[in-house]
Ligand binder design. Sequence first.
Ligand code: 4AD
Ligand code: MG
Length: 460
Amino acid sequence: MKRSKINMLLKSEAPDGNVLIKGWVRTRRDSKEFSFIEINDGSCLKNLQVIADNALANYEQIKNLSTGSAVAVTGKLVVSPGGKQNWELHADSLEIISVTPESYPLQKKRHSDEFLRSIAHLRPRTNKYGAAFRIRSELSFAIHKFFKERGFKYIHSPIITGSDCEGAGELFKVTTLDLENLPKKDGKTDYLLDFFAKEANLTVSGQLSAEMFALSLGDVYTFGPTFRAENSNTRRHVAEFWMVEPEMSFCDLTGNMDFGEEMIKYLTTYIMEECVEDLELFGKFVDKKLLSTLENIASADYTRLTYEEAVEILLSSGKKFVYEINFGKDLQSEHERYLTEYHFKKPVIIHDYPKNIKPFYMRLNDDGKTVAAMDMLVPGIGEIIGGSQREERLDVLCSRMDDMGLSKEVYWWYIDSRRYGSVEHSGFGLGFERLLMMMTGISNIRDVIPFPRTPSNVEF
Ligand code: 4AD
Ligand code: MG
């Protein structure tokens, strides 16, 4: 018999005399004649109630089934008289696949997030994390759907690269050299003897590759893992995270902001429609205001203002920030959150930042001081998107690279693209985990990625 998934059975329209389910015991209670067993198979938040009566041959074992044990049940799906659920399963047979001993850590209903992080291999078995990772899966699909509907091509940008896109030096090295015995030349490591015959690292962004493909396929995107050896222990940074990076030819900064806003609204609406039950859990137990926040994000007109205007608002806010704010300095998360959560109370896009706090590839504005950058900030998180119009003028790009001390030899191929058929183009990076934090109200990024990588933590 073919196994049915519980989410489909719970949507049944008529009873079914012959079904098979497989899953794990969540709870069990016994009466004189029956055991009521709640089974979850991960297909949805809800459990299916199985009723096993004492006539079953292995009832003695069933009566002792522990939380977390795995079972296969065949039986009759019937309307549940209790009213708590629409359907229940009357077991004709219940096969015990494996029995979980008392040491199983998930006996209690509720555990702290910190504790669950220490057993990240087991936490998807809880309601909250099961829901979070089902939403994560739906959200990935929605991203591909959004781009597909708009004619974008999906590019697999490399994970191992020879360049530092963001120029922040937060690189994880990739090497096959013997670290105990490094080959030296003139006192320095001789990378000519390394696997790639030059320095290599894990990518911090797929953007530079995406630009090359936008300049041939038009509208493209990447969606993959990126790595940053940033030694910051905050609730919105991890060392390995996924980034969605659209890159569009013939698109300026305004087009880029419009597209970012359209994308966030689309994805929010999608999740509100497709993940109703899982979202309800977050609205109930994690963030009481979640659903109204998401409605606001899906429908508001996002405020757009320049970096200069943003700094003025912060300076005249009268609020005491931990980090001082002044022109020419990057905004900190507390500043971003003040703007989006308290001042505007909706998503905010800040554009035209000072060039000295932004990477080399951003297009220089006519004032010579700012670049055509844009960051989108959302309540609860702060920056969720970082992007820009790209510098398409060969001479301006080269002089910017000179100013910043970047090697034209390393980036020769990037510079080439400005030589041959260069056009106005723009793109951005959307942090996938930060987007998930926004969708679920989960306040720590470590809790929306299966196995988080942070300083001193690469367990699992
Ligand atoms: O602003 P960032 O650094 O932009 C770029 O990397 C550009 N090259 C993207 C592009 O234009 N194609 O990063 C983009 C986004 C941030 O807004 C944030 O959401 C996320 O990536 N992000 C992180 N998420 C989790 N942990 C970290 N350490 C992150 N660093 C950036
Ligand atoms: Mg950024």
